[in-house]
Design a protein around this ligand. Sequence first.
Ligand SMILES: Nc1nc2c(ncn2[C@@H]2O[C@H](COP(=O)(O)OP(=O)(O)O)[C@@H](O)[C@H]2O)c(=O)[nH]1
Ligand SMILES: [Mg+2]
Length: 207
Amino acid sequence: MSFYPGVRFLTSAAQPAQFVPDDGREVAFAGRSNAGKSSAINTIVGRKALARTSRTPGRTQLVNFFELAPDQRLVDLPGYGYANVPDRIRRQWGALMDAYFVGRASLTGLFLIMDVRRPLTPFDRQMLAWADASGCPVHALLTKADKLPKGQGLRALADVRRELGTAAGAQLFSALKKTGAETARDALEAFLQPAGPSGPRTAPAEP
Ligand SMILES: Nc1nc2c(ncn2[C@@H]2O[C@H](COP(=O)(O)OP(=O)(O)O)[C@@H](O)[C@H]2O)c(=O)[nH]1
Ligand SMILES: [Mg+2]
């Protein structure tokens, strides 16, 4: 079952002009190729094949937009960090990400997907820097937690939390075992919900 009954694919953008209109609220998912990003999206949304999963990472640099509910979107950013990528493609990726992070007013949260066994690669740090520069809060998923004994997973989580400090939330996650799915969904929801009334509370009306 899907936690977002109205979820639907909107479009794939190869360049900024193809991004969907920048309104409502949008949460982006980024991660090293093969880290488990598509699997995490499918698990969190509760749809088996919303985002495509694969063993052989594709090289197409596309930003995939999904509508979760009216005015709420999930964005699957192109994977990064796989070997043997021509420089031209790497530059194209950088330009696309830069355009996305700099200009995206509706971006209210970033999910950073990292293999629990290989967290915080240089590319991940670049993502964190982009998010920080655009004032976008980050939630890190340490995926494939089922691949490590529990103690090792918890140590990896503690290490990542120590490094990130207040820069991001972090949790263990497994698409295979569904570990952490609910926590991740709560974090997604928190990013998608408009903040409560910001200014000072209005005093009760005088009689
Ligand atoms: N054991 C395990 N394997 C996973 C998990 N998540 C993804 N995978 C596998 O890792 C590979 C890459 O996953 P995918 O979601 O396509 O990664 P992406 O390239 O980041 O989108 C696939 O073979 C998945 O089946 C997980 O939580 N546990
Ligand atoms: Mg993928």
